[in-house]
Design a protein around this ligand. Structure first.
Ligand code: B12
Ligand code: SF4
Length: 479
């Protein structure tokens, strides 16, 4: 069958680090790798680049269109894309999947979509394609929400979680036409690699563990080494929790060294307590790249703050992790969560922590009830009527304790303390010196776009324009 897999534009990347990142649709590449050996003709189209869905439909004439949905902030855009696909190809079967779709399918249950995949796709998608091709009932395919004449129904879950080794390598050749457009921070082009999936922890703001029931699955080391060797020299590792299994991580570092893998840059995501107890492992990995950055879940500047998020790590873990990582010359890109219940003292506590430990490379996001979390269920009444694009962790979904105007004033001030503030410690020239001449226009464009995060008025304008009409303009407190 002819299959078209679409990665839609996220719709909202006005705030946050969105402009700094555009990475390949790795989930779709794994789906393609599962479908191609079964004789299907697969095209992946990344709609963050031209052309749009209608052109791709005309070019490929698909029997099934799969739409990837990674983030809740994309829900409205996914539905709009599905509508466009339906118009251009009324006969095609429309299947949606990806992290956010699986974590909260209710947001996508609409007439334009035929089915939603609520688990990993490597087994489920080929089964859907076979059923559609043979005109069989999809009720027998596991892991789906299915649109039926009687409404949306669930099919049984997969008997077992899909092994990551079912499909050893992603079909990266299908996105090569977009490769030069994929970038992360200062690096362009970049490659996204996954070595493991899931996380055993239970941070209250995170939808990953709730989807995978705190399970972790690992890819076969040989496949991972092969993938690293075949990809280019700037790598973003997609694993939810890198270095999670010390013995396996050590074996992987050694296997990569034996294979002669050495990258210009690697970025991984992990936890502070894990780094604190893994100094040897960190030392083993560091020689694998010239520059090696870590996205570290710092989250809060006090033990009370960390406890309130069920982080399961304390402030001493944060301080030690930063010390260990820096002693090994890792770069730290942390993230902190800012709470709508905060007063000025809480902001000051965060600023002091950032200053004391030199964490100006960190990002700051607003604690947001992401669909698929218990926190979202608890906050259901307060978030009613919000548009999905506001779930980017830079919008307020309800009135904060100190009022929106004062909150955004302090939030913008928090961002002004980061290195992204070109009027702050790191000016434009310092950024320009870090990139090749050909990348200067790119870095200028990205920096220009991120400057709105330092401006109170930009947040307020956005807040007024996008909040549910029902809350009314009168609620906005001004100083
Ligand atoms: C890479 C990544 C990013 C990248 C790039 C994303 C992009 N737009 O291309 C960047 C860094 C930009 C990013 C940004 C953000 N991200 Co992000 N991101 C991820 C991450 C780490 C990996 C995704 C991935 O590629 N995994 C590897 C592939 C192989 O797995 P997969 O995509 O899940 O694919 C499988 C299945 O889902 C399924 N599938 C996938 N697509 C499809 C399609 C169809 C049709 C079907 C049937 C099945 C299917 O089959 C695949 C194979 O099994 C996930 C973590 C996660 N566990 O998903 C977070 C994650 C998705 N991100 C998250 C968040 C919160 C964000 C930010 C809001 C963070 C922030 N602080 O600003 C921003 C939003 C940016 C924006 N404005 O768009 C949350 C999502 C929460 C939610 N419920 O919305 C996650 C889950 C992380 C977390 N720990 O909470 N992100
Ligand atoms: S450690 Fe990271 S991936 Fe794991 S539950 Fe916490 S935020 Fe989610």
């Amino acid at each position: 069958m002819k299959i078209l897999l679409l990665r839609p534009h996220p719709g909202n990347d006005r705030f946050g680090l969105g402009p700094f990142f555009c990475v390949e649709p790795l989930g779709l590449e794994y789906l393609a790798a599962a479908l191609i050996p079964k004789g299907h003709e697969v095209t992946i189209a990344d709609l963050r680049f031209r052309p749009g869905p209608a052109t791709w439909i005309n070019r490929t004439r698909p029997g099934l269109v799969g739409i990837g949905c990674l983030h809740a902030l994309e829900f409205d855009e996914i539905r709009a894309t599905a509508r466009e696909v339906r118009r251009a190809s009324p006969q095609a079967f429309i299947l949606v999947g990806g992290h956010a779709a699986a974590a909260y399918p209710a947001a996508l249950e609409c007439d334009e979509i035929d089915a939603i995949c609520v688990d990993d796709g490597e087994e489920i998608v080929p089964a859907v394609v076979a059923a559609v091709e043979q005109g069989r009932d999809l009720a027998g395919v596991p892991g789906l929400r299915l649109r039926t004449p009687d409404g949306w129904v669930s099919t049984p879950p997969l008997a077992e979680r899909t092994s990551l080794d079912l499909v050893p390598l992603p079909a990266r050749h299908l996105v090569e036409r977009h490769r030069s457009g994929y970038h992360c921070l200062l690096f362009k082009p970049v490659w996204l690699i996954e070595t493991a999936r899931g996380c055993p922890h239970n941070c209250s703001f995170c939808s990953v563990w709730q989807l995978y029931d705190r399970s972790c699955r690992e890819r076969n080391l040989e496949a991972v080494v092969e993938d690293f060797a075949a990809c280019g020299d700037a790598i973003f590792v997609a694993d939810d929790l890198f270095w999670y299994n010390p013995a396996r991580s050590l074996a992987l570092a050694e296997a990569l060294k034996r294979r002669g893998v050495f990258k210009r840059w690697i970025l991984v995501q992990t936890r502070t307590d894990l780094i604190r107890r893994s100094a040897d492992l960190m030392a083993a990995w560091r020689p694998l790249a010239k520059d090696f950055d870590i996205f570290l879940g710092l989250e809060a500047a006090s033990d009370k703050g960390l406890d309130g998020l069920d982080k399961g790590a304390d402030l001493e873990d944060s301080i030690e992790a930063v010390r260990i990582a820096r002693s090994l010359k890792y770069g730290i890109n942390g993230n902190f969560l800012v709470d709508t219940d905060w007063g000025v003292d809480d902001f000051r506590e965060l600023w002091a922590f950032v200053e004391q430990y030199g964490l100006q490379r960190a990002g700051f996001t607003i604690r947001t009830p992401l669909p698929g979390t218990e926190y979202h269920q608890q906050m259901a009444d307060r978030v009613a009527g919000q548009q999905w694009s506001n779930y980017d962790m830079h919008h307020l979904l309800w009135e904060p304790r100190i009022g929106a105007a004062r909150f955004f004033e302090l939030y913008a001030e928090t961002w002004r303390r980061s290195i992204l503030n070109t009027a702050g410690d790191k000016g434009i020239m310092a950024w320009i010196r870090q990139v090749r001449p050909s990348q200067i226009p790119y870095i200028m464009r990205v920096l220009w776009r991120t400057q709105r995060m330092m401006k109170t008025a930009e947040y307020l304008r956005e807040h007024l324009a996008t909040r549910p009409a029902a809350t009314g303009a009168k609620e906005l407190k001004t100083r």
